[in-house]
Write a protein that binds this ligand. Structure first.
Ligand code: FAD
Ligand code: DHB
Length: 393
């Protein structure tokens, strides 16, 4: 058994864990980051692509935004399509000039891993049997196996950044956390295709066959989604069927969706989930470990990074002053933004998706809501300011 000490033990090298490690490194605070998957797996996991301006600013200020600034695509609007028409929501005009940047989560993760390796601070991939202990004491412990050896790290604080299926949240004793959740009868089948995006801006489409989304990763790479069942069998979706469905749902008079080779395909179920508080003793949960949103609002990655921004400041305050005031406020501070994003993502989801058996009244309500949001500047502004990320909460 090897025994070491660190100030902050970080479980999970997704966007939350890696960003936290980097922000603390900039403050001269020691961390160890543990990840149960391989570096190759983590770097190739295709997920989010929409980054709020506030998060671009955070990464830039932390020296992690150089490639993001160079290669990220700045967007000033999105389009909503329904009843055979497209309507533009001019995000920047409605939200004080703020923008979103299209840059893959895979790229954010690669940039952060490169910075971590450059810092020389420990980041261990392929660890097994991670467990957390003594959480309600001043010296919490992480145990794990790495390269065939058992190891134990004594920490001042543990950050649970291990995603929705991680071990940190389930390690909190029963009865401490309150959980709030909603399952949706929808999934998203997502593809990456080697073809120039057919539209300059994202298109969120409401269609009688179900929701579809046109997005992108670069001028040569399209990212597209179709609503499917949450447990959809990918084997039932050969490439031809995916394109056929996308053509139907995104189709518009006088516009064509260009097709190309599909290089990645996956299904994601949709759920909303929050646990409160995002803390137990010296364990602090951040990102998907504490909350999940359905992807329709493009909020998950952004929320994860907002959490660790607050957590890094709170830990720095503890290290510099010995005061736990920041850490004591961590959960409440984060939950204000979390619940705003939960509402926004739920609202976007119910406005745009088609349940298998849709009540005619519900359909009329959806269409009315879509018309309102695309015709009333007040309603469009509410969408825009949530989409680009609220600055004050
Ligand atoms: P994760 O990315 O899940 O990272 C957790 C890490 O912990 C993983 O690397 C995991 O392997 C590791 N881990 C798990 N268990 C252990 C363990 N026991 N020990 C050690 N390590 C462990 N969000 C947006 O903001 N915008 C979008 O456009 C968007 N689109 C999305 C589209 C799809 C299809 C999906 C699936 C998600 C999307 N999201 C989006 C959500 C976003 O991807 C997540 O919210 C984000 O990955 C959360 O980051 P995280 O670091 O908290 O968790
Ligand atoms: C993407 C993902 C989202 O969840 C979303 O709302 C918009 C775009 C994307 O992967 O590009």
């Amino acid at each position: 058994m090897t025994r070491t000490r660190t100030q902050v033990g970080i479980v999970g090298a997704g966007p939350a864990g890696l960003t936290l490690g980097h922000l603390l490194h900039l403050q001269g605070i020691d961390t160890v980051v543990l990840e149960d998957r391989s570096r190759e797996y983590v770097e190739a996991r295709v997920r989010a692509g929409v980054i709020e301006q506030g998060i671009v600013d955070l990464l830039t200020a932390a020296g992690a935004g150089e490639r993001l600034r160079r290669e990220g695509l700045v967007h000033h609007g999105i389009e909503l399509q329904f009843a055979g028409e497209r309507h533009r929501i001019p995000l920047s005009d409605l939200a004080d000039g703020r923008t979103i940047v299209i840059y893959g989560q895979t790229e954010v993760v690669k940039d952060l891993i490169a910075l971590r390796l450059e810092s020389g601070r420990p980041l261990h991939f392929d660890v097994d049997d991670v467990s957390v202990h003594d959480l309600d004491t001043g010296r919490p412990l992480i145990r794990y196996r790495h390269e065939g050896r058992d190891a134990e790290i004594e920490c001042d604080v543990i950050a649970g950044c291990d995603g929705f299926h991680g071990i940190c949240r389930p390690s909190v004793p029963a009865g401490v956390l309150s959980e709030f959740s909603r399952e949706y009868p929808f999934g998203w089948l997502g593809i990456l295709a080697e073809v120039a995006p057919s539209n300059d801006e994202l298109v969120y489409a409401h269609h009688e066959r179900g929701f579809a989304l046109l997005s992108l990763r670069s001028p040569e790479l399209s990212r597209l989604y179709v609503q499917c069942r949450p447990d959809e069998d990918l084997a039932e979706w050969p490439d031809d069927r995916v394109w056929e469905e996308l053509q139907l749902r995104l189709g518009l008079e006088g516009w064509t969706l260009a097709e190309g080779p599909i290089v990645e395909k996956g299904v994601t179920g949709m759920r909303s989930y929050v646990c409160e508080p995002m803390r137990y003793g010296r364990l602090f949960l951040a990102g998907d470990a504490a909350h999940i949103v359905p992807p329709t609002g493009a909020k998950g990655l952004n929320l994860a990074l907002h959490d660790v921004q607050v957590l890094a400041e709170s830990i720095t305050h503890l290290v510099e002053t010995g005061s736990t005031t920041g850490l004591d406020a961590y959960s409440d501070t984060c939950l204000r933004r979390v619940w705003r994003a939960e509402h926004f993502s739920w609202w976007m989801t119910q406005m745009l998706h088609r349940p298998e058996e849709q009540d005619a009244f519900d359909l009329k309500l959806q269409l009315s809501q879509l018309r309102y949001v695309t015709s009333s500047p007040a309603a469009a502004t509410a969408l825009a300011e949530n989409y680009v990320g609220l600055t004050s909460l």
